[in-house]
Ligand binder design. Structure first.
Ligand code: DC
Length: 226
């Protein structure tokens, strides 16, 4: 039997990471942050002098890039040449460059193939933008989390502060987030959108536990117990 996949899509700050980590822990599914793979391609590209707006150069670079993927403590961890990126993939520079990089069809094809291959490691809860629409459209467990932009910017800002990342004010966080939303939603290949048949959950005023409980209550019955 192929391993099971729970797909959690949505824009930045919609609560995907917190919710998908919590579900993974509760049910014993490995957590996969697909955005981290797009960020790793971007990070490595910048380190190697690739212009993120040069689609042909980005495509050629992504074709050569190897990423190691291993299951550790309930999540899939990524590294390049044995080095885990940590917060190096969460900087303002990566935030600005990752949307143009993730528009490149060859990059999307590569990340999609990586994600599908991860099923060999176990049951997965995968968060991203196109997981239910493109990567795992056959999964019976596909969700789309959303929240008002102000609330999403507030969450991202708190997250960045908690991580001790260089200070950006709330307006700057909001502008960068809205800009990524715009590029992610309008790109030609696999734009951010609600997959047909996915359940939409608006988390603007919902505590995280309630979002987690809502997702779990909509899973196939036999998936709900760890
Ligand atoms: O979730 P995140 O902010 O770490 O995602 C970073 C970028 O990667 C975001 O601009 C959109 C892109 N992305 C994507 O295109 N498809 C995914 N499945 C996940 C992320």
């Amino acid at each position: 039997m192929t391993n099971r996949v729970i797909a959690i899509d949505g824009p930045s700050g919609s609560g995907k990471s917190t919710v998908s980590r919590a579900i993974g822990q509760k049910l014993g599914f490995l957590h996969v942050d697909s955005g981290a793979l797009y960020r790793i391609v971007t990070w490595q590209g910048l380190l190697h002098g690739v212009d993120p707006n040069d689609a042909a150069a980005v495509a050629a670079f992504a074709g050569r890039l190897a990423v190691e993927m291993t299951a550790v403590d309930g999540a899939v961890r990524f590294s390049v040449g044995g080095v885990e990126p940590g917060d190096a993939i969460r900087t303002a520079e990566i935030n600005a460059a990752v949307s143009p990089v993730s528009k490149v069809p060859e990059v999307r094809a590569k990340v999609t193939a990586w994600l599908r291959d991860l099923r060999r490691l176990g049951d997965l809860v995968v968060e991203g933008r196109d997981i239910g629409s493109v990567v795992f459209p056959d999964s019976p467990a596909r969700f789309y989390l959303d929240a008002a932009p102000e609330e999403r910017a507030r969450r991202r800002h708190l997250e960045e502060q908690a991580k001790g990342l260089p200070k950006q004010d709330r307006e700057a966080v909001m502008a960068s987030l809205l800009n990524r939303d715009r590029i992610d939603s309008s790109r030609a290949v696999a734009p951010l959108k609600v997959a047909e048949g996915a359940l939409v959950i608006d988390s603007t005023r919902m505590p995280i536990e309630e979002v987690v409980a809502t997702v779990i209550s909509h899973l196939p019955e036999e998936w709900r117990e760890p």
